[in-house]
Design a protein around this ligand. Structure first.
Ligand code: HAM
Length: 429
């Protein structure tokens, strides 16, 4: 037997029975983003790998272990040496890349949103896929703490529209700017050195390369060490302290409840100052946020642009859909066809085509299964489609110049006249 193909490991097709969730989610995001005057952006899915080395960070799992390389089967070694392409594991770096390339000279701030696929070769499990969608937003060119608060507000507004607001927890922290970061690192290293033996080998290395990453190590012994570690908030410079206070005040003004989480640093290197995650209360002990983000005031400059402060956040679409299912949130139904056209015999099927054209021109949604022969099997499909009416053409109707209109909900039927169809179709519309 020929090989039977399946979706790649850890990747999932989005099937029609989930469409209603995707549609609700997309529409909620689109509506709220438009309400905040964000413009949609779609950077390329494939990017230069170096972009992520320099933004997300070479030492992070996302870049170090989970990135997919993209290359042509026929690529020459010179071509390959000139640039390495990859599937994007996240999109903020791409948004900044295209901002520098295309938008830097425009009036700031620029507010952008996206709803796009990402790729990370993580160990697959519920809510953790190798191809997944994120929606998110980035504000470029606004350094005020109000931007941070408003971005969190936009996030909670979307989650509220999806019916998820009641059980949400906003966790927030500040990890400082370039002037307080050395002090934060120094205090942390001093503390961690004392417990070096208890740290996993990766975290022992991180002491040299990136000590902040120890905060979100998933290994139990490291988590125990970090419980008593100095808090980033205690070593903030005056400016970062004031800004963080203003972010929190902004959240209070917007009536958003938050929890300070001194251990939250997020897994990507580009963050400065505010970082946050939004979780469901049921998932507090699981490492699975619905979304997260923060400030990245140095990234534009770091990637070769003019220094531009920025803040953003992204949410996992599949994770939100799982959550909506878990909570039995009423998502409504997809629209059903108004009319199902049924035809028995060759001649009737030919007339059915004309009838379908007529319905389309009248903007009446329709469906049919003209590949099926019997009345019974076509009516079965009509029931399955959820159509309110069936319009039936059989041998007799061809001779009479008529069509049977059956109301499938109540089982009643009447005869329409082809010649008077223009007028009679109003019953259906
Ligand atoms: P992130 O925390 O890596 O942040 O991802 C954001 C969200 O994407 C997560 O909270 C989760 O819901 C979802 N997600 C991540 N990995 C997976 C996966 N393997 N399977 C399913 N869902 C996943 C970022 O990506 C940043 N770019 C967010 C940001 C935007 N920061 C500033 N602007």
């Amino acid at each position: 037997m020929d090989k039977v193909f399946s979706a790649p490991r850890g990747m999932k097709d989005v099937l029609p029975d989930e469409e209603i969730y995707w549609r609700n989610l997309y529409r909620a995001v689109e509506k709220k983003c438009e309400g905040f005057n964000f413009k949609k952006i779609e950077p390329t899915i494939v990017e230069n790998k170096e972009l992520f080395d320099r933004s997300v960070g070479k030492e992070t799992d996302i870049v170090n272990k989970e990135m997919y390389e993209v290359k042509r089967f026929t690529e020459s070694s010179e071509e390959r040496a000139s640039e390495t392409l990859c599937l994007r594991p996240e999109i903020t770096a791409g948004v900044v890349r295209t901002f520098i390339e295309n938008m830097q000279s425009e009036a700031l701030p620029i507010k952008l949103w996206y709803f796009s696929p990402m790729f990370r070769a993580e160990r697959p499990q519920a809510g953790r896929l190798r191809q997944f969608y994120q929606f998110g937003f980035e504000i470029l060119g606004d350094e005020t703490p109000m931007a941070d608060a408003l971005l969190i507000y936009l996030s909670t507004q979307i989650l509220e529209k999806l019916g998820l607001k009641k059980s949400l927890i906003v966790e927030i922290n500040s990890i400082g700017c370039e002037s307080c970061r050395p002090k934060i690192s120094k205090n942390l290293i001093k503390y961690l050195q004392k417990y070096r033996k208890n740290l996993c080998p990766t975290c022992q290395d991180r002491l040299k390369t990136n000590p902040m990453r120890v905060y979100d190590c998933k290994v139990l012994t490291c988590q125990q060490v970090i419980l008593e570690a100095p808090q980033t908030m205690d070593s903030l410079c005056g400016g970062c302290q004031t800004d963080f206070r203003k972010v929190l005040e902004g959240l209070e003004d917007l009536e958003i409840k938050y929890d300070l989480n001194p251990r939250l640093v997020r897994g990507l290197d580009y963050y400065t100052k505010t970082v946050f995650e939004i979780k469901d209360e049921e998932d507090l002990n699981r490492q699975s946020a619905l979304g997260g983000g923060g400030r990245y005031d140095n990234l534009v400059e770091f990637l070769g642009g003019v220094k531009t402060p920025a803040v953003g956040a992204a949410f996992g679409v599949e994770r939100l859909i799982l959550k909506m299912k878990e909570k039995n949130i009423n998502v409504g139904e997809l629209p059903k066809p108004k009319v199902f056209v049924v035809a028995i015999g060759e001649k009737a099927k030919k007339n059915a085509i004309t009838l379908i054209k007529f319905l389309v021109e009248k903007n009446i949604s329709q469906d049919s299964a003209l590949g099926r022969e019997s009345l019974k099997s076509q009516l079965k499909m009509a029931d399955k489609s959820g159509a309110k009416y069936a319009m039936i053409i059989g041998q007799k109707e061809i001779l009479d110049g008529t069509i049977i209109l059956r109301n499938l909900e109540v089982g009643r039927q009447e005869t329409l006249d082809w010649k008077k169809l223009e007028k009679q179709i109003k019953k259906v519309a």
